[in-house]
Ligand binder design. Structure first.
Ligand code: X2X
Length: 360
């Protein structure tokens, strides 16, 4: 005592009591949120998929009045590039949420391999019927069993094969080609089955692989990934075969999500759906007539720099091979035997649901 003057003591007491009053006035949950929620995604911010992820973070911030702040970690940076680890890390709660490809997430949710069955889904209409139908529900239910909550369906897109050797028109044309694939087992199976030489590489190493010619080819959607990495600098040939498709799912650690109050949950769900609509449209723009271009213009005030990705690829010197129905069927026949192995892993029931959704 004595060291602190009377007036100083008084002002200190006033400050403390003012601070306590402020605490009482603040909303109950304000103190419970983390300063930063970590989000993983396998690509960078300049990819369409990355742009969708950024939109999600912005919308969450806006719709929660700044209470929930998500930071995207690009290029699977939180996983040292190991892209197949994202669902496991989100389920554990090491990472809070993900804006992630079904290919990468199939490591924990084998049901997601339904989208990787070769020559099965074929077009956007079938895909939408599955995602918004019974198939989508069943996949979200499978995620819940593994500690994840699915919030919305975005899209990386139908995957097309590119290479620097020759146009691929028949299964024979693929023979012996070294093709970079994601280390997901169904991809290795497909390329082996077609007589190619699949090379498993994380995306983080893949682009260097293309530059150095370590591989002859790769497979990825044209607009949002292949064009973004300027694949035309390394590969002259692209075959548009829509052999399988890669949705992107926005998901969150289940325990953490369910602990959020209702209004926060609702805001995050709405942000996921809205950002997914944007991201899907980016990846479909120029591939579905005017539909996605109009969605982008009218709903998001977004003008595409590359409104026609196929023409753009041609303008960069790529030779675009479109398959006839018969040519495509030859690839389908060559890979059909894989269904026997993969449908039991995906689940017979889910496969039936997918067929029924597409028949609707
Ligand atoms: O690794 C790939 O090829 C990519 C970027 O498409 C995925 O993350 C599935």
């Amino acid at each position: 005592m004595g060291i602190m003057g009377k007036s100083l003591k008084k002002s200190l007491i006033m400050t403390v009591s003012a601070f306590m009053m402020m605490m009482v006035a603040m909303p109950v949950n304000a103190g419970n949120y983390k300063k930063e929620y970590k989000m993983t995604l396998n690509v960078g911010p300049q990819f369409y998929w990355g742009m969708g992820a950024i939109k999600f973070c912005e919308l969450v911030k806006e719709k929660t009045n700044g209470q929930i702040n998500i930071k995207p970690y690009y290029g699977s940076a939180l996983l040292k590039g190991a892209q197949l680890k994202s669902p496991q890390m989100v389920a554990k709660g090491v990472i809070d949420c993900a804006y992630e490809s079904t290919i990468n997430s199939a490591s924990v949710i084998p049901e997601m391999n339904i989208f990787s069955l070769p020559f099965y889904i074929n077009n956007f209409e079938n895909l939408d019927k599955m995602e918004y139908g019974e198939t989508g529900k069943a996949i979200f239910a499978a995620m819940e069993k593994k500690g994840l909550i699915g919030l919305g369906w975005g899209e990386n897109g139908f995957r097309q094969v590119t290479n620097n050797k020759r146009p691929i028109r028949t299964p024979d044309d693929l023979k012996g080609l070294k093709i970079r694939v994601v280390g997901s087992p169904i991809f290795i199976d497909i390329y082996k089955q077609l007589g190619a030489d699949p090379v498993n590489m994380n995306w983080g190493d893949a682009v260097t692989g293309f530059q150095q010619g370590v591989v002859d080819g790769q497979e990825n959607p044209l607009p949002g990934v292949a064009i973004t990495v300027q694949i035309y600098q390394y590969h002259k040939y692209i075959t548009r075969w829509n052999y399988l498709v890669d949705p992107v799912i926005i998901y969150w650690n289940q325990k953490q999500f369910k602990a959020f109050p209702e209004d926060i949950q609702k805001a995050i769900r709405e942000a996921a759906v809205e950002s997914a609509r944007f991201e899907k449209a980016l990846n479909r723009a120029g591939l579905d007539g005017d539909i996605s271009l109009n969605i982008l213009k009218n709903e998001f005030n977004h003008e595409m720099k590359i409104p026609d990705p196929i023409k753009f690829a041609e303008s960069k010197g790529m030779v675009v091979t479109n398959l006839t129905e018969k040519e495509r069927q030859a690839f389908a026949d060559a890979t059909k035997s894989l269904y026997k192995k993969w449908i039991p892993k995906i689940g017979e029931d889910l496969y039936k649901k997918a067929n029924a959704d597409m028949d609707k």
